[in-house]
Design a protein around this ligand. Structure first.
Ligand SMILES: [Zn+2]
Length: 674
């Protein structure tokens, strides 16, 4: 099929910029570590003083100005929720009633504690009453309805080949530790984690009243079953490859994959026709599911489901369970020493399950319309810069460029909040039953997702809630999404000069745009179809350039023996490298025709790079860093700053770094994708 001929022209949009007057502030010089050499360790130079003066709070895994602003947003959400909780006259199903009752029920810790494990009882009874595997499979379906997703889950997903349609996607979710390597690797640290996990599972069962022997036995069962599921699961690098999970499957084929599961009954439960379009992410996993259906005892399956229920809902249960859940996940795995205050956990829980109810109130109160207009303008400038950049790539043929331009033309930016909000008005939330309220939120979101299956794609849906301090790219919808929560200082600041904003939110916008052309994004075409739009020669060039980034990050260590997995962080690292470059290009354009303004002795270009170093500059607990090395596709802050900048000649020039400085990668060590 011949693509529409897209003119290979430069910027289609006029460049606009933030007002530039002397009343606007520049980067924060008090954050700088002036003793550090920007050409040796730019990360330390840009934010070293801030980190030294702002230790990570005991309840946080990482800390930076950006994280602090995300936490400050929760103070605002708390105010909204407390206000709503006071409004006793609010009509049932109204936003005020829902968030007020949910927050009130969550904050009533005495009541939650007094109820103890009683809310679990009807569920445990369901599991215990199952007389055979067929009956237990029905319980499994009921658990899926409350987002207890084990060992597989079914949800709506855009069809990678017919991008206007939502298909039923069956995903694998057989184990609870953060990554399959925890179960399989012989290293001492994984061995220790396995032992600690097993102790933790036993403690959780003991806390719900099981004797020591039964609790220890349950932990062993969980470990055995999860290890087998881990063995049959794709590793996290393969999971990033959309082709690896692309398996269009008919109902008959699904039945063949796991004949001991009653799929007809399950589909009936899910109100899905058996001829619905379907994808099975991991057929090899389904084979292991089938093996365990045949060979694992009914009693062991019951333990496994009870564990998944307990593990998933611990936060909504009484204090001893909350504490033990935190002791393993928060303390042991992540390195934090204190549980967050209850009000904050209640705010986070509301955001998780009732995010668009709370988020609507949040944007009404805290998100100014000017912010949206400013962002639209910056996104246009960044897309124009990406267009110019791609067209100037000497290694890419005109044919591939034409297709890359088609993709630029269909990029859809979403800013602040959804145009259409989810309708929660039928959800029943009571002020005295936190666990059940939590399940009501879970049921709503599971059903909201299920109802999309078999229908045309609704391009208005959001994958993050409005208060979230984050952003994302969705390759199938070719959309970049910036929730209101990220559009505030330090990254986005109306009272700061352009350099600060282009170096902050500008690089974030560039990062999300570059995801459209990273190792994953490059596999989707302008309509969101998973199909190759590259010539062979261009694809080879792209892969060689990507391999440079993989090699760079493979050599970034957090401590002896532990380094980034370059393939795991490739997409994010291409995003950062491309993002910094195109934000810089857009910033340089915005400067043209204006007087250059040095502030505090720093040129506009130096301020741009320092802004990125300050926005990204987070201190992260070593336990969390180890976890990230294993399971997170994002590199740690230090390498998200020093990694991309050491590849940019523009950075070298801005700080007059010598060619052999550590912050300058030369010759074939210098990576450039976009
Ligand atoms: Zn990203």
């Amino acid at each position: 099929m011949r693509l529409l001929k897209i003119a290979l022209v430069a910027s289609l949009f006029p460049l606009a910029s933030f007002a530039q007057t002397s009343s606007l502030h520049g980067i924060d010089v008090t954050d700088l570590d002036r003793k550090a050499d920007p050409c040796t360790d730019f990360y330390q130079f840009a934010n070293g003083a801030w980190r030294a003066n702002n230790p990570i709070p005991a309840s946080m895994t990482r800390w930076s100005k950006r994280w602090a602003s995300g936490e400050a947003t929760k103070d605002q959400l708390r105010e909204i929720e407390e206000q709503a909780a006071k409004d006793k006259a609010a009509a049932t199903g109204s936003s005020e009633q829902i968030i007020g009752a949910y927050y009130g029920a969550c904050m009533d810790e005495a009541k939650v504690n007094a109820r103890g494990i009683q809310p679990l009882k009807p569920w445990f009874e369901q599991i215990d009453n199952a007389e055979d595997m067929a009956q237990l499979q029905l319980v499994m379906a009921n658990l899926h309805d409350i987002a207890v997703v084990a060992p597989f889950g079914l949800g709506g997903s855009q069809d990678p080949h017919k991008p206007t349609l939502v298909l039923a996607d069956i995903g694998a979710n057989g184990y609870s530790l953060p990554d399959r390597d925890y179960y399989l690797k012989p290293d001492a640290r994984f061995k220790e984690a396995r032992a600690k996990y097993q102790e933790h599972v036993a403690k959780m069962f003991a806390l719900i009243g099981w004797d020591q022997t039964s609790a220890a036995g349950a932990a062993q069962t969980v470990m055995t079953m999860e290890t087998k599921f881990a063995e049959a699961s794709l590793d996290n690098v393969s999971l990033r490859d959309p082709s690896a999970t692309d398996h269009n499957t008919s109902f008959a084929q699904l039945q063949d994959m796991a004949p001991h599961f009653d799929w007809a009954e399950y589909f009936k439960h899910k109100q899905l026709a058996s001829d619905v379009d379907m994808n099975v992410d991991q057929p090899k996993f389904m084979a292991e599911f089938e093996r365990q259906l045949q060979q694992t005892s009914l009693a062991d399956w019951k333990v496994y489901l009870k564990w998944n229920l307990l593990n998933s809902t611990a936060g909504a249960l009484s204090e001893p369970l909350v504490e033990e859940d935190f002791a393993f996940k928060g303390k042991y795995l992540s390195g934090t020493s204190e549980l967050k205050p209850r009000w904050k956990r209640c705010v986070e829980s509301t955001d998780e399950w009732f995010g668009e109810v709370l988020g609507k109130k949040y944007v009404e109160k805290y998100f100014p319309p000017e912010a949206k207009a400013r962002m639209q303008e910056m996104v246009r400038n960044l897309l124009a810069a990406m267009r110019d950049d791609i067209l100037s790539r000497p290694w890419m043929s005109d044919d591939t460029k034409e297709r890359a331009m088609a993709k630029i033309a269909t990029f859809n930016p979403k800013i602040g909040y959804p145009d259409k909000w989810k309708d929660y008005s039928k959800v029943s939330v009571r002020a005295d039953a936190f666990f059940e309220d939590n399940l009501a939120g879970r049921r709503f979101l599971v059903e909201d997702d299920r109802a999309t299956i078999g229908k045309p794609v609704d391009r208005g849906r959001w994958g993050m809630t409005p208060p979230t301090s984050n952003a994302y790219y969705n390759g199938q919808l070719n959309e970049i999404v910036f929730p209101a929560g990220i559009l505030q200082p330090p990254g986005f600041d109306n009272s700061a000069v352009d350099a600060v904003n282009y170096g902050g939110i500008g690089v974030v916008i560039g990062h999300e745009i570059s995801h459209g052309y990273d190792d994953q994004g490059a596999k989707y075409d302008y309509l969101g179809r998973l199909r190759n739009w590259w010539t062979d020669a261009d694809l080879k060039q792209f892969q060689q350039r990507s391999a440079c980034v993989v090699d760079q990050f493979d050599h970034y260590y957090i401590e002896e023996g532990i380094h980034h997995n370059g393939k795991l962080v490739l997409g994010e690292s291409i995003g950062d490298l491309g993002g910094a470059k195109i934000a810089y290009l857009a910033f340089e354009k915005s400067l043209s025709g204006k007087p250059r303004q040095d502030i505090d002795g720093f040129t506009p270009e130096q301020q741009f790079f320092i802004s990125w170093g300050q926005w990204r500059g987070d201190e992260i607990r070593i336990e969390t860093q180890r976890l990230m090395m294993q399971a997170d596709p994002h590199p740690v802050g230090k390498f998200r700053v020093n990694g991309p900048l050491s590849n940019l000649p523009e950075f070298q020039q801005a700080f007059s770094c010598k060619a052999d400085a550590p912050m300058v990668r030369q010759g074939d060590k210098r990576c450039e994708v976009w």
